[in-house]
Design a protein around this ligand. Structure first.
Ligand SMILES: [Zn+2]
Length: 348
């Protein structure tokens, strides 16, 4: 039940795309693997890693991502599975103390986050995201300070969904917590959620992802006609349409999601456009070349790369950029500032 129930064996970098500074560093660790099961763990970690790089939009940013595998052995195999949740009642002595049934939901699989973060700090101090694979085939996962996934069918999808919470601050987009029949989840009346992929706003002018909604799209695309029931009608618009769809973040009404479906709603689906943009704005990016471009065009190029433009000098219609910092091609964290000095007049 504690770090006395195992040990950190060692760390291997399984994907190396450059220096840890300037790259996005993912750390995978395992819980409930005995020393004899570490070979299996390495295969599980490898499969997860491959699924990660096969997923949009991570595939577009592969060269900015490093992956590290921390091998941890546990005394026992598996995880605690309390009978109170319908589990087997099994207990397992494991290093990160993985257990199902957090918040009385069997699928909510958690580990000791402080232990996992401490191991990450020791092994890969430059980490950005920690994922713990739990050696159990019971369905489960969670996304808090660390992402947790079991080895249930579709485990890689669970891991990607939980990383959506942990690394990118994405909300669950589904419309119930335990079931569609539960009490207290009919109509949301709280504050505007902070996550980028859910909102209580339902008009084009107020929805936080309004710049991703086409002028020709109806807003909202779907409202739930009966807030006592989950709305399971088919989408009235083509897949991939960004608008507002009622039912999100455990409520049947009063909260909207950006697309009809998304990996934050159901496994096996792509991340929706709003979630993809959040991910891309979090990962490192390359500074574009803006020298000798007009100030307007340079600003657009910088913003399109997920960076903030800062001009020194005029930004008028005849202004152009004569120097930039950082230099073009530099890898920086998304959201970084690119400073550009401008001049006016013809480009010599
Ligand atoms: Zn989404």
């Amino acid at each position: 039940m504690t770090t006395g129930d195992g040990a950190v064996v060692g760390t291997t970098q399984i994907v190396n795309n450059g220096p840890r500074t300037g790259r996005w560093n993912v750390v995978i660790m395992g819980d409930g693997y005995t020393s004899h099961q570490l070979t299996q763990y390495r295969d599980d970690a490898q499969r997860t890693c491959e699924a990660f790089f096969d997923t949009v939009p991570f595939d577009q940013k592969a060269s900015f991502i490093n992956v590290f595998r921390v091998d941890v052995r546990s005394t026992d195999s598996g995880a605690d599975d309390p009978a109170g949740c319908g589990g087997t009642g099994a207990t397992a002595r494991t290093y990160f103390d993985a257990t199902f049934c957090s918040n009385n939901l069997r699928r909510l699989l958690v580990v000791n986050q402080n232990t996992a973060l401490a191991v990450a700090d020791d092994e890969v101090p430059e980490w950005h995201a920690v994922l713990v694979l739990v050696n159990s085939t019971v369905y489960g996962g969670s996304g808090g300070a660390v992402a947790v996934s079991s080895l249930a069918t579709g485990a890689q999808e669970i891991a990607l969904h939980e990383l959506g919470h942990t690394a990118f601050g994405l909300a669950d987009e589904y419309d119930h917590l335990a079931s569609c029949e539960e009490e207290g989840h009919d109509d949301y009346t709280g504050a505007e959620p902070m996550e980028p992929n859910v909102t209580k706003a339902s008009t084009r002018a107020t929805i936080k992802w309004r710049d991703q909604i086409l002028q020709s799209t109806t807003v909202p695309a779907m409202r739930n006609p009966d807030c006592s029931k989950c709305d399971r009608r088919p989408s009235p618009v083509p897949a991939g349409t960004v608008s507002a769809f009622e039912g999100a973040r455990y409520f049947k009404c009063g909260l909207f999601r950006p697309e009809y479906t998304c990996k934050m709603l159901e496994l096996g689906r792509p991340f929706c456009a709003v979630c993809r943009r959040r991910i891309l704005r979090t990962l490192p990016t390359t500074v574009p070349s803006v020298r000798e471009r007009s100030a307007a065009a340079a600003g657009t190029a910088v913003r399109n790369a997920g960076l903030n433009p800062r001009f020194i000098g005029s930004t008028g219609s005849n202004a152009w950029v004569f120097s930039q910092s950082p230099a073009a091609g530099t890898v920086v964290q998304a959201g970084s500032t690119v400073t550009m000095r401008t001049r006016t007049g013809p480009i010599p």
